[in-house]
Write a protein that binds this ligand. Structure first.
Ligand code: CO
Length: 134
């Protein structure tokens, strides 16, 4: 069912420092910080030849990643995102196989304007998984 790796999301305590590490130490192409108030994050996109890394920092009072940063003050990997062809078909298959979908089970619009679902980390080796309709 899952297709390409769309991105890996990393929560960082300092976006400027993270961007500098990726741009200067690792020699990657990084975007400017992009505020996404509807998602409660500021994001820097790191473009790789075969995928993307998203550096995330909390934005606003109710950021969904604020607690993660409290528990992991140095930052860390937050989720990985796999592409699927059809989000509703993917959801039905996941439900049928007993995977737990976070929230009410309805796809939301993700950071790229496409429908996404998040799957419970306890079902997938301790890793939060996002599936995005490609
Ligand atoms: Co994501």
């Amino acid at each position: 069912m899952i297709g390409r790796l769309n991105h890996v999301a990393i929560v960082v305590p300092d976006l400027a420092a993270a961007a500098q590490s990726y741009a200067e130490t690792l020699g990657a192409t990084v975007s400017k910080p992009i505020e996404m108030p509807e998602h409660g994050v500021t994001t820097i996109f790191v473009e790789l030849p075969n995928s993307k890394i998203e550096l995330l920092h909390p934005l606003g009072e109710d950021s969904p990643i604020a607690k993660y940063l409290e528990r992991n003050p140095d930052g860390g990997m937050h989720h990985i995102c796999y592409e699927v062809d059809e989000i509703m078909a993917a959801r039905d298959q996941l439900f049928a196989k007993g995977a737990r979908i976070l929230g009410d089970g309805e796809p939301r619009t993700g950071a790229h304007g496409k429908p996404v679902l998040f799957l419970h980390p306890k079902d997938f080796c301790g890793t939060l998984i996002e599936v995005e309709q490609a």
